[in-house]
Design a protein around this ligand. Structure first.
Ligand SMILES: Cc1cc2nc3c(=O)[nH]c(=O)nc-3n(C[C@H](O)[C@H](O)[C@H](O)COP(=O)(O)OP(=O)(O)OC[C@H]3O[C@@H](n4cnc5c(N)ncnc54)[C@H](O)[C@@H]3O)c2cc1C
Length: 388
């Protein structure tokens, strides 16, 4: 049985794991990223709305808000360096009726507390110029590519199946193949399966369940361009269905929010179309004439009564959990990664150097739209064939 020595193992090749590997490589800390699938970003990170949130509507003071706001500061320069496409289209909320108008006023207040620029207009609408859309799959690949260029090792098809303390200190990470890695530290970024990875260390972390979000993709009607993200006024039931442009010029409506149990069910359910269209057409009537070109679903890694669980393991020193990153992980990933590197440094398990620029990875050559990959994932789900 081979035993390799690497400093930090990052478990999970979604946006959070890749951002952590990138942040480690940027500070010259040796890392190995372990992803069970044959490709990166096949979980929530490749099947979301692709919106880079400013944090305008986040609850002030929460960890999630702090990390979304921090990420917004970090990503401007980094995404440029990495060559990731971003459309800074802004977003708007248009209230219907007095109750919604009051709710929008409250959101504008929240944005002020969070230091995010918004414009509240006479008609009660709110615009948020800093909201943007990106290609979330390219985002993940760019982080991973730069991490690799900075010395990180990326291992696909590598399922972590065991975690324990190493005799002389540090951890042993066991792969399903039987291979063992001896590391100083490990970061659990396993998304929907973060609770199961914690269980490998004998720990009962918050239970993670899939909160399914379905989307419909449209080719814009002739002569119509959707210029910004259209947001509904949030209610007690959640953020609701939005309508937004993609970096490639399509229009997407969604997501739904359904509490589910099956972590492998990526299907778009039969009533999704009706649920989405009823709300989306109210915000964007031109959708009536748009041609539907695809549909996909994502599974949010939601925690039971917990959100943004970022903490050291209670059973295994050197292990850090990054779990229940439910709805804003794409936006917060750079802030999360910086936070995790700070935790590892404070524990004395790593000695990070000053941040250094990493070479930009070669641009992706695929002509496939990112959401097509998510749609394919749905078709192949349950058949044991993950798309590359
Ligand atoms: C419908 C929907 C809409 C969303 N919209 C937005 C948005 O607009 N903006 C935004 O910021 N966020 C959005 N999000 C949230 C965002 O997508 C998530 O917060 C983020 O993707 C979580 O990333 P992750 O890396 O934690 O998880 P994942 O992307 O799920 O990655 C976890 C990885 O771990 C791997 N893994 C699991 N177990 C093991 C193991 N034992 N060994 C090795 N690897 C393992 C998995 O294969 C997976 O690749 C949305 C999410 C959904 C579903």
């Amino acid at each position: 049985m081979s035993v390799a020595h690497t400093r930090v193992a990052v478990i999970g090749g979604g946006v959070v794991g890749c951002a952590v590997a990138h942040a480690l490589a940027r500070r010259a800390v040796e890392a190995v990223l372990l992803e069970v699938e044959d490709a990166l970003a096949l979980g929530a990170s490749g099947a979301n709305s692709g919106i880079l949130h400013t944090g305008f509507d986040s609850t002030p003071g929460e960890l999630e808000t702090t990390l979304v706001l921090r990420s917004a500061l970090l990503r401007e320069q980094l995404l440029g360096e990495l060559g990731v496409r971003v459309v800074r289209c802004g977003a708007s909320l248009m209230p219907q009726g007095e109750d919604e108008r009051a709710a929008v006023g409250g959101i504008a207040e929240r944005a002020r507390s969070n230091g995010v620029v918004t414009q509240l207009r006479e008609d009660g609408s709110l615009t948020v110029p800093g909201e943007a859309v990106t290609d979330p799959v390219a985002f993940v690949h760019a982080l991973a590519g730069a991490a690799r260029a900075g010395g990180a090792e990326l291992r696909l098809g590598a399922q972590v199946g065991g975690l324990s303390g190493a005799p002389g200190g540090g951890l042993i990470v066991r792969l399903q193949t039987g291979e063992q890695l001896q590391v100083r530290a490990a970061v659990n970024c396993a998304g929907l399966f973060a609770d199961e990875v914690a269980r490998l260390a004998g720990e009962d972390l918050v239970r993670i369940y899939p909160r399914k979000g379905e989307f419909l993709v449209f080719s814009p009607p002739a002569g119509e361009m959707l210029e910004r993200i259209l947001l509904p006024v949030p209610s007690a039931l959640g953020k609701g269905v939005l309508v937004f442009p993609t970096v490639d010029g399509e229009i997407v409506a969604g997501p739904t929010a359904r509490e589910r149990e099956d972590k492998h069910d990526w299907s778009v359910e039969p009533d999704a179309r009706e649920l989405i269209l009823a709300r989306a057409r109210r915000m964007y009537p031109a959708l009536e004439d748009a041609r539907e070109v695809g549909a996909y679903a994502g599974l949010r890694p939601a925690g039971r009564e917990a959100n943004y669980v970022i903490e050291p393991s209670r059973t295994l020193p050197g292990l850090v959990h990054v779990a229940a990153i439910r709805s804003t992980g794409l936006s917060a990933s750079l802030g999360i990664a910086e936070h995790v590197v700070g935790m590892l440094a404070a524990q004395g398990t790593i000695d990070p150097g000053p941040p250094r620029p990493l070479p930009a990875p070669a641009p992706a050559t695929s002509t496939e739209r990112w959401w097509q990959r998510a749609a394919l994932h749905r078709e192949l789900a349950g058949r044991g064939q993950a798309p590359i």
